[in-house]
Design a protein around this ligand. Structure first.
Ligand SMILES: *Cc1c(COP(=O)(O)O)cnc(C)c1O
Length: 384
């Protein structure tokens, strides 16, 4: 196991965040096989869902992935620098005014979400005297990003608006894919297929992680994010391998009598003699304050409920029922791992795995588990 050089050494960190690249690669292959013959891209926005966009990008490039999605042009900069030239990096949030030249110079591929964005990208291409690559997004029913049916009709009537633009992809996004039985999934797929006919021969992409598992065709490209990182793509049993585990180290314990207040606001008052252990991870590390009094951690596989409020840099847990052999300064404390999944933590905190991952803080020691069996360099014929 190697560590990234910029890392905080384990003896200085309150917890170690272990990132299993072998599981990441396996999750990519599972989705790719599930979505075939559609190709699989990788969504690596928000620093690769908190794990490191360059790290994730390079790992999945080695698995044959060539299409990557970030949210903002600023996120494309380190990714383009880290990946070989054959990688295509799409910018989901589109083209804000003033970003055109920089985007073109960078080689990022904007997802054009409106006629205005198409006009500015086309003008930029003409000014530079070259074709510029882009994706176009249509709104198939989420009402967030993309051309409305009215805008699409205008574009079809005036196709010269796409002058100078090399259209690599037409895409849309599902609102309810994590609820497979939702009627909206079928409605959006049908509407998307119809809208995409405006761009004959251009590859189509609709599905995110959850969509990639829906029992139907997947157009030409899928855009998984969360499932790559081990989050459950839909409710029920999670088919993905865990990519992230988080293990803290116990700082200190104290035994207090019944009737003792614990933590900020003394919101918890003990009802029995209690052994309180302090764990050096708090909300500044992305451990949600909403876990105050509801979540738990595990010592030697034994559950230790969180007592009182989660502080900025620490939290207190009840280890009264944990065998003493597991309780000592420096003892390992599982926050995310075999006894408590990422989705479990998210559920306890009243949020989703995406938010837990993207908030993972900068104070952890990061340990990288490499890909075990190197991929057979699958040079896929994937001209998008
Ligand atoms: C974030 C995002 C994805 C990935 O979604 P997951 O649910 O994480 O798989 C795909 N497409 C678009 C447009 C997105 O914004």
């Amino acid at each position: 196991m190697a560590s990234t050089p910029s890392d905080i050494p384990p003896e200085f960190a309150g917890a170690t965040l272990r990132i299993d690249l072998d599981a990441l690669a396996a999750n990519y292959r599972l989705i790719r096989d599930c979505a075939a013959p559609a190709r699989a891209a990788a969504v690596i926005k928000a620093r690769g869902y908190g794990l490191g966009a360059e790290l994730v990008g390079a790992t999945l490039y080695a698995e044959g992935c060539r299409d990557f999605f970030v949210a903002m042009p600023g996120e494309a900069v380190p990714v383009l620098a880290a990946l070989p030239a054959a990688a295509r990096v799409f910018v989901l949030n589109g083209l804000l005014p003033g970003a055109e030249e920089a985007c073109a110079a960078l080689g990022a591929i904007p997802v054009l979400n409106s006629l205005d964005q198409i006009a500015r990208w086309s003008a930029c291409a003409k000014a530079r005297g070259e074709m510029l690559p882009a994706a176009v997004q249509v709104d198939s029913g989420m009402s967030r990003l993309g051309l409305s049916p009215e805008e699409l009709a205008i574009l079809m009537a005036e196709p010269e608006r796409l002058g100078g633009i090399d259209l690599l992809l037409v895409m849309s996004h599902l609102a309810c894919a994590d609820t497979p039985e939702a009627e909206a999934n079928t409605a959006q797929a049908t509407r998307f297929a119809a809208m995409a006919e405006a761009f004959p021969g251009v590859p189509r992409a609709l599905d995110n992680s959850a969509g990639s598992f829906l029992p139907r065709g997947h157009f030409d490209l899928v855009r998984p994010g969360i499932a790559l990182y081990g989050g459950a793509p839909y409710e029920g049993e999670n088919p993905m391998r865990a990519v992230v585990s988080l293990e803290a180290r116990l700082v200190q314990t104290r035994k207090v009598p019944a009737g003792t207040g614990v933590g900020y606001g003394l919101t918890h008052v003990t009802t029995r003699e209690t052994t309180v252990a302090t764990i050096p991870v708090g909300y500044a590390d992305g451990w949600p304050r909403h876990l105050s009094g509801v979540g738990a951690v595990y010592l030697g596989g034994h559950r230790a409920p969180i007592l009182g409020r989660v502080s900025m840099d620490s939290m207190t847990v009840d280890v009264t029922d944990v065998p003493e052999v597991h309780i000592y300064p420096g003892a390992p404390v599982e926050l995310i791992g075999p006894h408590q999944s990422l989705d479990q933590v998210a559920g306890d905190a009243g949020t989703i795995s995406y938010e837990i991952l993207t908030q993972l803080g900068p104070r952890y020691h990061r340990e990288i588990v490499p890909v075990q069996a190197p991929a057979q360099a699958p040079e896929r014929s994937d001209a998008a």
